[in-house]
Design a protein. Structure first.
Length: 374
């Protein structure tokens, strides 16, 4: 969820948040700033952290200034995202910042809640700088958050403001309600601030919902496609397993296990995969072409590595899928193919007509792809 959406959810559970509204135009930002008393904080709304470090959070001292700054923020790109809206909030005088959050812990099959008296920075930084300050407690999904666990977490977070223990405890109990009702895999209020006028406010909020549970949250499912990586969103619409990474070797395979093994081989040969992509078993030529189009649309790739071990899937369908994408003129980088199994010779013949020589050995194909990527 974006920040304003996360805060809306928290507020519905009783967590105090700063006064503010969403602005989609510079004029709206100026109007909201005037409503807030003439001063405000403008915050870009993108699905990425560390917005302040990128210059995406600005304090303005007048509606006129808000209009100018909003125009500038809405015209820029941050971490690859162009913001479509700004959260315009009241400025807050902070006395102390606290961190309270939770994350799904697969090792203990529970949500692990975390608190510390040091907020306003990434939790990894807190762990490095103040390792003894962090309190962790697991909350079993069937038991739920019990008051004594919330109190332990709140006591740890309120070391510098002991009189706010009960208010912080209420926030923690509310976070559990969000986890339970929204299928959250991660959420945090960072910072949860105690202000100079003695309020406890969630100055920032982040909630990540389990995308496997989106069918239970239709409002979030519709928004999922509009925010985030556009290739991942398109893949989800088409039912293709595609996850984007940061490497330069675009990969595609038929089967999740083979796709993972391909990524492992890329890593073994000291390369970095640009994505995970599984077309699935029994894929048609059209499905192969749709998946390959997603892979090659990533501007960061320098080579495409297709690893096919065909059983149910026909090598002819894989080759025809490649042909479809090549005929559209969408492939601008070298293509390396490992092809083995069902009708491999026919598939290799089709690829040969396209100028692509396929090999039967995965290691050979991966090694060649890594050389091309360099």
């Amino acid at each position: 969820m974006l920040e304003y959406e996360s805060k809306k959810v928290l507020a519905s559970r009783g967590v105090p948040i700063p006064r503010g509204e969403l602005a989609r135009t510079p004029n709206e930002a100026a109007y909201i700033t005037e409503k807030l008393g003439g001063r405000s904080v403008l915050k870009i709304q993108i699905p990425h952290g560390q917005r302040g470090k990128a210059g995406g959070i600005k304090i303005v001292s007048s509606p006129e200034k808000a209009k100018l700054v909003a125009k500038e923020l809405l015209s820029k790109t941050f971490y690859g995202y162009k913001p479509e809206s700004l959260l315009v909030e009241e400025p807050i005088n902070v006395k102390t910042e606290i961190y309270v959050g939770a994350i799904a812990d697969r090792n203990v099959r529970s949500m692990t809640f975390i608190s510390t008296a040091y907020g306003g920075m990434e939790v990894e930084e807190i762990a490095a700088e103040h390792p003894g300050s962090i309190e962790k407690r697991s909350v079993h999904p069937l038991m739920g958050m019990v008051p004594y666990i919330a109190r332990v977490l709140a006591k740890n977070a309120s070391i510098n403001v002991p009189d706010k223990l009960r208010k912080i405890q209420k926030v923690i109990l509310a976070l559990w309600e969000v986890v339970k009702n929204y299928d959250a895999m991660m959420l945090e209020t960072n910072p949860l601030a105690v202000t100079k006028d003695d309020r406890v406010l969630a100055l920032d909020a982040r909630i990540e919902v389990d995308d496997n549970a989106l069918f239970r949250h239709k409002d979030l499912e519709n928004r999922y496609y509009a925010v985030g990586n556009p290739r991942e969103a398109e893949a989800r619409k088409k039912g293709i397993a595609y996850v984007e990474l940061e490497g330069a070797v675009g990969t595609m395979a038929n089967g999740a296990g083979l796709a993972m093994a391909t990524m492992d081989l890329v890593h073994t040969f000291r390369g970095k995969s640009a994505n995970f992509c599984d077309v699935g078993g029994g894929a048609s030529a059209e499905r192969v072409s749709e998946a390959l189009e997603l892979v090659v649309s990533n501007p960061n790739i320098k080579v495409v590595l297709i690893n096919t071990l065909c059983g149910i899937t026909s090598c002819i369908d894989v080759a025809e899928g490649v042909r479809i994408v090549m005929q559209k003129g969408l492939i601008k980088v070298p293509v390396v193919v490992r092809m083995s199994g069902n009708r491999a010779e026919e598939g290799k013949k089709i690829l040969g007509e396209l100028g692509i020589k396929a090999t039967e050995k995965a290691e050979e194909a991966v090694g060649h792809a890594i050389k091309l990527a360099r």
